[in-house]
Write a protein that binds this ligand. Structure first.
Ligand SMILES: Cc1cc2nc3c(=O)[nH]c(=O)nc-3n(C[C@H](O)[C@H](O)[C@H](O)COP(=O)(O)OP(=O)(O)OC[C@H]3O[C@@H](n4cnc5c(N)ncnc54)[C@H](O)[C@@H]3O)c2cc1C
Length: 275
């Protein structure tokens, strides 16, 4: 859920792990975050949908995550203690044949209220530059500099940590770290069309998460914790095949596929699609 982190730090040791909030600060680093978006979190995003009763948040990218390494588990424990992380427990239906199901996941976790709150918590107290699109990373005598799309430049950084999709990382590093740029360029992000739908009601839904078989249109469906609103992720193959379709066509097609799986849904209140 990163962006571009710039560290003004004299050393970077095993204990100074910039992906975890406070660790670099505790090690004496001064950390700044630059993100071209309007809020921290990147693809760990929450969108608001309008129901007659008011706006509700729907986690649009990840609905949950799992902590598998001791270091990250310890960080999750701190987030739980701070009240911003909780277990994600919902009734789930698997449309995948048992023989093809992945091994049981580690405990599923989610941001309390929604994922954007967790991202906001991580960024709390740090200098956060939003609407700050970084175009290039020149090396100056005082250290690394960040040139922004609006003409501003920030400089004097000892380290840069890029947490971006691989394609964007490759483009930013091409002139300054060709080896890393080539490595990033070799990775390909699979497209994912996501539909967000609000309904008048969804009383008939017995499950609040449904994993598709991996074939056809839908890969994953999850209900908002706050009301009758659903996020529907299309399979990578379907998303690739319809990559250039309009968002309105995709949203109508995904809603039809969603209704075929959940026939008791009420009338549509709002529908949007995002790739
Ligand atoms: C629909 C959907 C389905 C997903 N499904 C899964 C899944 O099944 N499993 C899974 O593991 N993950 C899934 N994810 C992905 C998961 O959310 C991402 O892997 C994770 O959020 C990536 O985190 P990141 O920090 O690497 O990148 P991002 O979350 O993409 O963060 C990158 C940030 O960098 C910023 N940025 C980009 N370029 C610049 C620039 N030049 N200057 C400044 N800022 C810049 C962006 O604004 C953004 O905030 C899904 C995401 C979506 C949207």
């Amino acid at each position: 859920m990163g962006a571009l982190y710039a560290l003004d730090c004299d050393y970077w040791c095993r204990d100074c792990r910039p992906s975890l909030r406070c660790a670099p600060q505790a090690a004496g680093a001064q950390l700044q975050i630059f993100d071209k978006g309007r809020a921290p979190g990147g693809r760990l995003a929450t969108r608001e949908l309008q129901l007659p009763s008011g706006a509700i948040g729907v986690d649009h990218g990840a609905q949950y995550f799992a902590a598998r390494t001791p270091l990250f588990q310890a960080q999750c424990e701190r987030w739980r203690t701070a009240g911003v992380l909780a277990p994600w427990r919902v009734a789930e239906r698997e449309m995948v044949p048992p023989s093809l199901r992945p091994a049981p996941a580690a405990a599923r976790l989610r941001g309390v209220a929604d994922m954007r709150n967790l991202a906001a918590h991580c960024a709390q107290g740090l200098p956060l530059h939003l609407h700050a699109e970084v175009l290039s990373l020149p090396r100056r005598p005082t250290g690394w500099a960040l040139q922004l799309a609006d003409g501003r430049e920030y400089s004097g950084f000892d380290y840069l940590l890029l947490a971006l999709p691989a394609e964007q990382t490759a483009a930013l590093l091409v002139g300054v770290a060709p080896g890393l740029s080539a490595q990033a360029a070799a990775a390909r992000t699979a497209p994912c069309w996501a539909g967000l739908f609000a309904f008048t009601h969804d009383h008939a839904a017995k499950h609040h998460a449904i994993r598709g078989s991996g074939e056809g249109t839908l890969r994953w469906l999850a209900r908002s914790a706050h009301g009758p609103a659903w996020v529907a992720h299309a399979t990578p193959a379907w998303s690739r095949a319809h990559r250039e379709q309009s968002a309105s066509w995709v949203s109508a097609t995904l809603e039809r596929a969603l209704r075929a799986i959940l026939p008791g849904l009420g009338a549509s209140v709002q529908a949007v699609a995002h790739r």
